[in-house]
Design a protein around this ligand. Structure first.
Ligand code: MG
Length: 263
């Protein structure tokens, strides 16, 4: 059994839910994972909410996943920062409650400091002010290390695309003239952190709906990559772009049918 064991890194939006609704085949999918003894993590670039908040949100859609099986770019950023920065490092954080909890919560020793930070960490903050963006930019110009949770320029809302973490980061990047270290997809660090939270051994498989983030990051870590057509990227884009997934399925039920036949 060990040889066929998988470590599944599963994107959320466009893979297990879309527009606030669970996509089909999830009960079968999670039953199959536990019956076959595979391991999985749900991996999201979203740094605004904590795994607990995300688990509650998923529960509301009828998707029952323990919060320990969810990893966010905020978590990965905090883990990475703890490896880079000494205890008590001064950090200016622009981001939502999920990021604040990870950086300044119980498990963390970082100290909030907007005036003279050693590190500047930027995610999506819907209440950000010009003054804080300016403070972040000035700190980066003075030599603070600059870290981005996730580089998503936009995120979808009912009336169109809203500015995402990447759009806020761009203001700092352009004004300071310095690029951030990026933790989230398409960079590989988020997936690498997720794998460290999973048992060793077994082929790594990435399930995603976006070629430019999920599949690209999956390729970076040498995973088998699976594009599901329930989200953003299309079969045509997969056939013509520079990022090519190993497998493409219209949805999770079709993927499971193929994998079961393959045995
Ligand atoms: Mg997605």
């Amino acid at each position: 059994m060990d040889g066929s064991r998988l470590r599944l890194l599963v994107d959320m939006d466009g893979v297990i839910y879309r527009g606030g609704r669970a996509l089909p085949g999830l009960t079968e999918f999670f039953d199959w994972i536990s019956a076959e003894g595979h391991a999985y993590m749900l991996v999201t670039n979203n740094a605004s909410r904590s795994p607990e908040e995300i688990a509650v949100q998923l529960h509301g859609m009828g998707i029952h996943v323990p919060s320990e099986r969810i990893v966010t770019s905020a978590m990965a950023t905090a883990v990475w920062l703890r490896e880079q920065a000494p205890e008590g490092a001064r950090v200016l954080c622009i981001g939502g409650s999920g990021l604040w909890k990870e950086l300044y919560g119980n498990d963390s020793s970082f100290i909030p400091d907007d005036a003279n930070p050693e590190w500047v960490v930027v995610g999506l903050d819907r209440n950000v002010t010009y003054a804080r963006i300016a403070a972040a930019s000035l700190a980066v110009q003075r030599g603070a290390r600059y870290v981005a949770t996730n580089p998503d320029l936009t995120f979808p809302a009912e009336d169109g695309l809203l500015p995402g973490a990447g759009a806020l980061q761009a203001v700092i990047t352009l004004s300071a003239g310095i690029q951030p270290v990026v933790i989230g997809k398409p960079e590989p660090k988020l997936f690498e952190m997720a794998l460290r939270l999973m048992p060793d051994g077994g082929e790594v498989v990435v399930l995603g709906d976006r070629l430019d983030t999920d599949i690209k990051a999956g390729t970076c870590i040498g995973a088998r990559t699976v594009l599901l057509l329930t989200g953003v990227s299309t079969r045509e884009e997969a056939a013509t772009g520079d990022v090519r997934p190993d497998e493409i399925y219209s949805d999770i039920p079709e993927m499971l049918r193929h994998w079961r036949q393959r045995g």
